[in-house]
Design a protein around this ligand. Structure first.
Ligand code: UD1
Ligand code: UDP
Length: 385
């Protein structure tokens, strides 16, 4: 069986790592790994292949950056001949980025079956480019692999046939668990200059609604600088935010291996971190502030308090089971929530159903068509587990 796996952006690389591992253990599958080139900086791409032991891509389409239409069209145009040539039996796409929807469209129009990993998530906010990508990808996929129960509910509500939907758990958590021995050994805190045991917070921002409007970004940075009077906030900066941030007052860039001890307060910008260093930093943080999808899930498992700087989440299980609170973008509310989280970091949390590190194996067994339907039927988690 020939299985083409498509990945293009940072969170995609994390999601394919456990899939590639599970596929490598299935001798009847010949994998074809395609990197679209949507993300291309070393720190956004190659570093993840190294950190997560992902085999080199068989094809790199080199699409790079562009408007939504250009980027989506470039992936389609460059992927089509690869798929025509390789003739995979199935194309696997992950997540919700432009490469995901572009690859799904290309495959389905060639008559190739499509499997979507992380199907069914909905923020119900169609101003998010990812929401459009999710809806379109799910509508044209043949196999829908769902990471949390809300995904099953959403797909059911949209009229997707039950037999296409498989609740398998979360590959993002597979990646975190399979690399735990490696990220536990990271020396990132020392490299940043943190004293052993020093308290710090971790920040990521890259959603267009937060990162593209100077007024919104300025207001967020103002709130975060206020929080940073209590403890240092470390901010690995996504390339999307770098230019606007360079024009902001009150942020300091911090090089790794700088030698000096990090001050006890302030907002410190870093280059984007590799996966192992970033997870290590997250696991030791007193607080995480983010607008990332994956980070909401990872803090849930690591038990680190998380404040999501958005008005919604497509991952509600991180709120019902995890440590996540949706606080929006109002500076007063962010500061208040951060102060409260720092003063009382204990928040009861539980592991969401099937976030057990085995999602990749379940996906591969469905793809191989050797899983009994009853095991994965979209009923209750308990029935499936
Ligand atoms: C994309 C995804 C988003 C995902 C994020 C993960 C879409 C629509 N958005 O957003 O869902 O959460 O990836 O990080 O697919 N750039 C570089 N170097 C790189 C990559 C990007 O400098 O290696 C810069 C370019 O200026 C580019 C901008 O970042 O224009 C945005 O990149 P793009 O891939 O379009 O979207 P992201 O914001 O990264
Ligand atoms: N991440 C990382 N280094 C960073 C920031 C994030 O390794 O500097 C990881 C993070 O742990 C998660 C993934 O990148 O595994 C999430 O990617 P991102 O936030 O870019 O995308 P999203 O999940 O919002 O689509």
């Amino acid at each position: 069986m020939r299985v083409a796996i498509i990945a293009g952006a940072r969170p995609n690389f994390v999601k394919i790592a456990p899939l590639m591992k599970a596929i490598a253990a299935a001798p009847s599958i010949t994998p074809i790994l395609v990197h679209t080139g949507q993300h291309y900086d070393h720190s956004m791409s190659d570093q993840f292949f190294t950190d997560l032991d992902i085999p080199s891509a068989d094809f790199n389409l080199g699409v790079g950056s562009g408007t939504h239409a250009v980027q989506t069209a470039e992936v389609m145009q460059r992927l089509e001949p690869v798929l025509q040539d390789c003739k995979p039996d199935i194309v696997v796409v992950v997540g919700d980025v432009n490469s995901t929807v572009a690859a799904a469209l290309t495959a389905v129009k060639l008559g190739i079956r499509v499997a979507h990993v992380e199907a069914g998530l909905r923020s119900f906010d169609r101003t998010m480019p990812e929401e459009i990508n999710r809806i379109v990808t799910d509508a044209i996929s043949d196999l829908l692999f769902v990471s949390e129960e809300s995904g099953c509910t959403n797909l059911h509500r949209e009229g997707v046939a039950k037999g296409k939907v498989y609740f398998v758990g979360n590959v993002m958590i597979d990646a975190l668990e399979m690399s735990r021995p490696r990220w536990s050994r990271s020396r990132i805190t020392a490299r940043i200059g943190l004293e052993p045991g020093a308290a710090y917070a971790l920040l990521t921002l890259h959603r267009p609604s937060n990162a593209d409007d100077p007024k919104v970004l300025e207001s967020l940075i103002g709130a975060l600088r206020t929080v940073a009077r209590r403890l240092p906030i470390l901010f690995p900066v996504h390339p999307r935010v770098r230019r606007l941030l360079a024009e902001s007052d009150g942020v300091t860039w911090r090089a790794l291996d700088g030698g000096s001890t990090l001050p006890g307060s302030g907002l410190f910008c870093l280059d984007p971190l590799g996966y192992l260093d970033f997870i290590a930093l997250m696991s030791g943080a007193r607080l995480v502030l983010t607008d990332s999808g994956g980070v909401q899930e990872e803090t849930t498992i690591l038990g680190v308090p998380c404040l999501t700087l958005r008005h919604n989440t497509e991952r509600p299980v991180t709120v019902t089971h995890g440590t996540n609170r949706i606080v929006g973008t109002d500076p007063t509310i962010i500061i208040d929530a951060a102060v409260r989280a720092l003063e009382d970091p204990t928040r009861k949390h539980a592991t969401p159903p099937l976030w057990d590190g085995k999602a990749g194996d379940r996906i591969v067994s469905v793809v191989l068509n050797d899983a009994p339907d009853t095991l994965f039927d979209a009923g209750t988690a308990e029935a499936r587990a």
